[in-house]
Design a protein around this ligand. Structure first.
Ligand code: DC
Length: 225
């Protein structure tokens, strides 16, 4: 008989700590970590390279036919590829963030990525983070966590990350971009960002990574036997 894999879905707005916490949890549990935002970012980057801005004035389905996005695990770490080019770094710029938010509102883009995401969960025990993992991608996940934090704190975390990479955006710009992206992500018609009905809400405001990790491990212990 086929053994069923385990899946933990982590959704929430940008900067709530999803990726660092999911990565750390995956290591502790020996699951793979799938960062689905990277897929939307890669597609956003591809549209940007094709000369489009966030208004995406084009035939989306037609453009998508020539965009090959893929996830590969190298030494257990996820890398995202456009064709044969590893774009894992290039997708982390503010422009790629806004483009990701724009393409992610398009049904054609979401449909293209759905099976790829589900296939990972079929094959591996995984922790998958995104915006619609608990509501759409893996509605039968063993555990759904909705991770959140105040918008000022989320923006401050993202601001520090960008600054470390040499980005010159101000805190106000990062906060305003983040609010715009939160608004787009939670108000789009298809698969908007919202907690699944059976999600556990976890708030990381005022908690550092270690404290948040303890909170999540407790939630996992309580919910996955
Ligand atoms: O998590 P992130 O910031 O890397 O995500 C980039 C964008 O992709 C974000 O604006 C929302 C979108 N996204 C989505 O719509 N669905 C997902 N499962 C993951 C990300």
């Amino acid at each position: 008989m086929e053994t069923k894999t385990k899946a933990i879905a982590i959704d929430g707005p940008a900067g709530a700590g999803k990726s660092s916490l999911a990565k750390a949890l995956a290591k502790k549990l020996d699951f793979i970590y799938v960062d689905t935002g990277a897929l939307y970012r890669a597609i956003g980057l591809a549209f940007s390279k094709r000369g489009f801005d966030t208004s995406l004035n084009c035939d989306i389905a037609d453009e998508l036919k020539n965009i090959n996005v893929d996830i590969r695990f190298i030494d257990g770490v996820q890398h995202v590829f456009l064709g044969e080019t590893d774009v894992s770094e290039e997708i982390r710029t503010p422009v790629a963030s806004m483009m990701a938010s724009a393409v992610s509102a398009k049904g054609e883009v979401r449909a293209k990525l759905l099976d790829m995401q589900r296939d990972f969960a079929k094959k591996y025990n995984c922790i998958m983070d995104g915006r619609d993992i608990g509501t759409v991608v893996l509605p039968d996940a063993d555990l759904k966590i909705f991770l959140t934090a105040s918008d000022e704190e989320r923006a401050m975390r993202r601001y520090k990350e960008l600054k470390e990479k040499g980005d010159t955006s101000t805190f106000e710009e990062v906060l305003s971009d983040m609010r715009q992206r939160d608004y787009n992500d939670s108000h789009r018609a298809i698969a908007p960002l919202k907690p699944a009905e059976d999600a556990v809400i976890a708030d990381t405001t005022g908690k550092n990574v270690e404290e948040s990790l303890v909170m999540l491990l407790d939630i996992i212990k309580e919910n996955i036997k």
